[in-house]
Write a protein of this length. Sequence first.
Length: 459
Amino acid sequence: MKQTKPTLILTALLVGTFTVGIATRAHIKPAPNSDIGFHGRVDRTSVMQGGDNHVRVELVMNAPDSASVIATDQPTDLVVVLDKSGSMSGEKIQYAHAAVRELISRLRDQDRFALVAFSHESQVQIPLEYATSERRREWLQRVNQIAAGGGTYMHPALAEATRIVEAERGQSRIPRIVMISDGLTSGEPQDLYTQARRAIPGEFTISAVGIGSDFNETLMSALADHGTGNFYYLEDVSALSWVFNSEFETARETVATGVTVEIKPDSGIEVVDAAGYPLERSAGKVLFRPGTLYSGQERRVWVTLRVNGNATETVDLGEFFLGFNRDGAAHRLVVDDLPKIAWVKTQEEYVSSIDRESWEEGVATEGWFGLRQRVAEMVKGGQKAEAMDEIDTFYRENAALNAPMQSKKVDERLDEAQELKATVAEAFVGDDTADKQNKLGKSLYSTGLEGRRVGDRKK
């Protein structure tokens, strides 16, 4: 994400007084011998006939932060896949050299490291080996010899990195692949996604780093999602060293792998979205994979549901399961007693069913950052009017509900929405509009993605 400091940041119609806020937090059923936490809450307990019928459920996953977790500090296998195409020449490749050298200097004897470089073809510059002091000295020299030139063909490089991890996987080791590219790849994106999904049964992660103004952020973020890793957008390539070290330290503190959220919605409930993660639908259930959990991490994911039909009775949302592997054993947690959702006919009944704290947090995170991602796509597509309409809709709907809610946090987002309109308008004025729209689109998309993935990676 775009760097602003040492962390990466991959930016009233109703009147009257209503009774607001009800018990919306669900019971937790822990798995035996598991100290991973999993719970959920809803932002409302009714939908109004004639509305959008949406209900948001916040799922929270907690990993323990204890001396015993960190003491088990597992050795890491880190494979870096580096774009060395012609557009990486100059400052970019120099920063990449420096970042990889810094990473090598942080390796321990029990860690292993490999480097795959690619342009129009791929080459294993450093095979996966233990990071002895002798090897580290050799690698520092080899990294400096990587020169930029040629086209960009990502799929064979990712396939090679995956092969290395799968062939060399050792017991009690945490493997991780970091893909770095600044250009558009040849070949079909679906081939990349299929390759990245090999990380799921292999229980490793693939993170993606997009560099410069010409990379495809939609492809790179989807690559990370399918590989259950992180996505970073770097305007300043000097931040590469931060990315490497963040990924490395996160791998060392991994607590749970193979993390999967499974939703079994009740009849009439449709899963619309889960913070933008790819949804896998089959046999009446929906899956998404938010990535590994590391020591002390708390992941928060808003799931958007739609209540279909025009019922008069209350509706069950269904069951939410968290599956993961830890210490060689599979675990499963469940949230299965979320409040039922009622159908109501009046605005007063609807507003009185909203939990103020949950609703404002949902608007300020999932609502606001989801808007930024949608607007990003419109801006990049030159769709100014559509982007403005999308912002206006967000403002109008949330301003109406915030009249009785009186949330300062939502008021701030509404002010930011007005500022966003001005920013979008500016991107369509002047002689360099294409460049401004491209940069704004990338910034909105990456900050939107990160904002929706609370606790997505180690800060």
